[in-house]
Design a protein around this ligand. Sequence first.
Ligand code: SF4
Length: 269
Amino acid sequence: MKEKLQDLLLQSLIDQKEIFGDELFETKNLKRRTSVEFEPQTERSEEVKAQKEIIPTKTLSSKKEIIKEIPLIEEPKENWQFSNSLDELNQLICECQKCPLGKTRNKFVFGSGNPNADVLVVGEGPGADEDAQGLPFVGRAGKLLTDILKAINFSREEVYIANIVKCRPPGNRTPLPAEMQSCLPYLKKQIELIKPKAILCLGLTSAHGLLKKKESLTNMRGKVFDFDKTKVMVTYHPAALLRNPNWKRGCWEDVQLFRKLYDELANIK
Ligand code: SF4
């Protein structure tokens, strides 16, 4: 009897070696393994399967619940965000030091024009003349802008003019992305208060700053974009036209299209 058992055990070990190599499996584990692998789809196996699926789902939903339960910490609103008029906004932000341009400016340039304008013109930032006077688009570029607006039957007084940044970048350099990022909420608030029908961006920096696009000026000209619910078109900056008068023709074509857009929006025939 003992010998028979030894033979059976030996045969079993030989069989195992043939199948699994040098790894030794206990018969009870082997049985459990094969029974799970080949178990027919009974109620029990469905139950196990369901449990397997439920466990991660439950964990996930509880994580979601936990996330839901964590209150979102909102940045406290600043006083200027509650402004009800441009004058109030100007008073609340004119001493801003949120970016390094605040330290080097001479005068803060909020913007100027009709507070109920249907057209908002957005430039890049104040230059030397603007920084000295605290007004946007004065000097030669400003005079050219007045002429451009006149050419499409807008007076300077009926539009509103502002910039992406409200303080002059030293040496008239292009404002840095972080500086634009710091200043843009003010322009957004101005847009919210003015509620223009259309916005004309002057130059690539203005277009990139407002529309957050990375396209070239050539690609953006002649197209209509959306900023929130306001239509936006793009053309050359007047200072660029002073440097390269060959672009004036292109600018003329752009502003004609802008006037057409404005007329459509204002339902003027
Ligand atoms: S550029 Fe804008 S954000 Fe920077 S200091 Fe001037 S107002 Fe403030």
